[in-house]
Ligand binder design. Sequence first.
Ligand code: DON
Length: 609
Amino acid sequence: MNAPLPPIQKILEGLHAELMENRGGEVATYIPELGKADPEWFGVCLVTADGQVYQVGECGQQFTIQSISKPFVYGIALDDHGKDAVLEKVWMEPSGEAFNAISLRPGTGKPANPMINAGAITSNSMVAGDGVEEVVGRIKQVLGTYAGRELTIDESVYRSESETGHRNRAIGYMLRNFDILEEDPTDCLEAYFMQCAISVNCRDLGMMAATLANGGVNPCTGKRAVSRQHVENILSVMGSCGMYDAAGEWIYNVGMPAKSGVAGGILAVLPGQLGIGVFSPRLDPCGNSVRGIEVCRGISRKFGLHMFQVPQLSTSVLRRVGSLMQTRSSRLRSKAQTRKLKESAGMVRVLELQGDLNFGTAEFAMRQLTEDAAGVRELVLDFAHVTRLDSSATGVLSLAFASWLESGRRISICRCERFPSLREIIEAEASDLSDKAEFFDDMPAALEEVENRILEEAGLRRHSSERVGLECCYLLEGFTVKELEFIRGVLEPVAFPEGSSLMNVGDEPDGMYFLMRGKASAWITTEGGLQRRVATFSPGMNFGEMGLLDDSPRSAEIRADSDLETLKLTKDGLRKMGTDVLATLLANLTRILADRLREANAELSQLHS
Ligand code: DON
């Protein structure tokens, strides 16, 4: 059986087949070489922002990039000189004129925008480099980074355009006359003709578009083609001026920033999501590919890709909102400690976020902070399930945190290592309050710190360096002094150095341990190979009891986080205990296991998804 066709591929193939019948428009001939194109050529390529390529038709057919080079060269000028210097020379207003209009903006004398030839020739003049060869070499190299492969110039198209480019020469001299070009325009015009003659295919256009959709980094090679901050400038001029006189209709129907070229290419970008490259040489009177426009319109309509489609506010950004009542650290606590933590549960707000955070979802999440917050002193915030944090969300979160800290409260932030700018802003903005904001590698560690603070204040914290007697062991509650003495007689003292493993997953159980001094933790390895700490133990606690109960191999590794003193109860020792002692011991064990199960259930019941 064949593998099912991916749905995107199916839609592209359907649109391609349907539009093959559309033979409207004319191949451009004003550059004689372009007239040699086969009018039937038709390729469509969609590349996702993470680099998945879907293509149909003639996606390997080479053609010249023409005006589609303009936004990319504009990006080089922005990177070389900065936005302000570029805006001094080229404005960003749609002109409503043909791409090759011989006109400048009244008053300022600047080209209206970088997508018409006057603006594009000016952008070319701003590419850093000495002489035509260096400038064009740089343009080829940067465009190649967008495409993910080395690009070359189609010499015959270049010569053809240079021989017939009188109108562009007129534009060049006009720019020189108004001092927009500061030198003789000859070299700059040759460099412009060459940039237009860079040879690409439809797949290259798709990849270049996906690179813009991905914030300027080619999703397949991981190489940066343009600085992130200039991507929005490039996409803005593509959105308002990229399709010339058809820009309004295009944005209305397709809703993506785009750029067309007279060889028949169109490149469209849906920021953060995908890029589209299309090639079909027959053009409409505005100079845009007829099938190219139709196929982009079809893709946009079929998948609902219009960038102004209003998204629903996602409330599923909250994975869990709770208190210490439902979410506790993995540290096992005594009865008295557990009671205290339950009493104080409302002092701690635990917020687990998930999914993409933008302005709307971050604002919604932060509202949960202030709601009924009078008695709340501590916030534990987990980013482990957050997939994206845009700059507006970073702003909203850091403002909310700053006012939370200013009100005298504390924040514990977990797993925000993927969002370093958030940490930087919090540390910079709340530098005088930084002792109140702490960062943790996992939520149990943060919760443990918060719990410790509460227990410390209540005088109930037990330090791991303290040595305890058997009367402090939770499993031995309810035994008389005499019984404890008897139990002590059957236990074996065993010491472990810091860093050692007391037991490993799969080991045969040979007994259980009472921890009398020191700190230990239990670890499991997830299916993805990650090590996860599932419990921490302090003096008075026991571990390894499950194996003793069901004789099954160990299910977790136990590590000594400090030098340990333990008392070991072996199977042999268990047999030596009388039935009364054994009955109380088993009753205690059942109670401890039932408590843990209840806590796990309470935690699960809080999950929003
Ligand atoms: O300036 C020119 O004439 C061309 N080399 C580029 C024009 C172009 O692609 C216009 N876009 N549709």
